[in-house]
Design a protein around this ligand. Structure first.
Ligand code: CP
Length: 317
């Protein structure tokens, strides 16, 4: 198994099966710190740099919270408009990262451009974590989701997944890559204009991922052990910021998980994940049901970032 020390976390395509289990093991060890709302001194001599060129609530703050729980320091920006990358100079990723590498020991980057964190990693002398790159990938979110499944179901292999939403979404790409390392058949449900691309499907076949596509959640929900939902009413992830105009429309029933659908069709012990933020694809009355696990996902998001930071920075090898 490759060491996590000094490693960039750019894609789940890079992750081997035993590496998933190693990072889950580390997360489980660190979990009591977050559960007991303690701060420790494991990373007291380290600093995290957050470079967020797109809005975020969870990803940035979960990395920051994870770093603080481990006693580390945090610096960075959450709005590139207040940096030289977002003004007249349009400073390049290379020039920006050649500065950031001296401000801390690990960088987490979110960017509207696919491959931006990879470009940063090319130039940085410190590890780079991909916090979401355009429509590309969101590896730390799916590590969080897989860890949530492990904690909630006691295993990952042998579970059937249903993934609902916009398949251009970065989480969906990381999910598909991640599941190639497990015995997990998956059914995708998406609007036809937001479905998996032919190139991506061909790539997944080379990894022997057992997947199919159907048109309506009703066709697949009864078999699912894990239901992972993302919006189909989405902003444009290639933009640094996309405001709401008011004519976004509502989610068609094909892509919606309601309390009624869960009660009548879902397995009693299935679990429902959503990386959030949501639109109307999961109505709030689903929150208080036995299926929902998205608040546990939120907690696990901090634990997973603690595990990644501690491993990358060499404190939990
Ligand atoms: N899940 C997620 O990526 O949320 P944020 O956009 O708030 O970071």
């Amino acid at each position: 198994m490759r060491s996590f020390l000094g490693r960039d976390i750019l894609s789940l395509k890079d992750f081997e099966r035993n590496e998933f289990f190693r990072i889950f093991e580390i997360a489980e060890k660190l979990e009591p710190i977050a559960r007991n709302r303690q701060n420790t001194d494991l990373l007291k001599d380290k600093t995290l740099v957050t470079a967020f060129y797109q809005p975020s609530t969870r990803t940035r703050l979960a990395h920051e919270a994870g770093m603080i729980r481990l006693g580390g320091q945090v610096t960075g920006f959450s709005d590139s408009k207040m940096t030289r990358a977002g003004d007249f100079y349009q400073e390049s990723i290379k020039d920006t990262v050649k500065m950031l590498e001296f401000y801390g020991d690990v960088i987490v980057m979110r960017h509207p451009q696919i491959g931006a964190p990879h470009e940063a990693a090319k130039w940085a002398s410190v590890p780079v974590i991909n916090g979401g790159d355009g429509w590309g990938e969101h590896p730390t979110q799916i590590l969080t989701d897989l860890y949530t499944v492990l904690r909630e179901k006691g295993r990952i292999d042998g579970l059937r997944w249903l993934a609902v939403g916009d398949m251009r979404m970065r989480t969906m790409h990381s999910l598909a890559y991640g599941l190639t390392q497990f015995d997990c058949p998956i059914t995708f449900v998406s609007p036809p204009d937001k479905s998996l691309t032919e190139d991506f499907k061909a790539e997944l076949k080379t990894y022997s991922l057992d997947f199919k596509e159907v048109e309506h959640v009703k066709q697949a929900i009864a078999d699912a052990d894990v239901i992972l939902v993302e919006p189909v009413v989405q902003p444009d992830y290639t933009k640094a910021r996309d405001e709401r105009t008011g004519d976004e429309g509502l989610t068609p029933s094909n892509y919606k998980i309601t309390r009624e659908l869960l009660s009548t069709k879902a397995k009693s012990d299935a679990i429902l994940l959503h990386s959030l933020p949501r639109m109307d694809e999961i109505p709030p009355d689903v929150d208080i049901t036995k299926w929902s696990r998205y608040w546990q996902e939120a907690f696990n998001g901090v634990v997973m970032r603690m595990a990644l930071l501690a491993s990358i920075l060499g404190k939990m090898e």
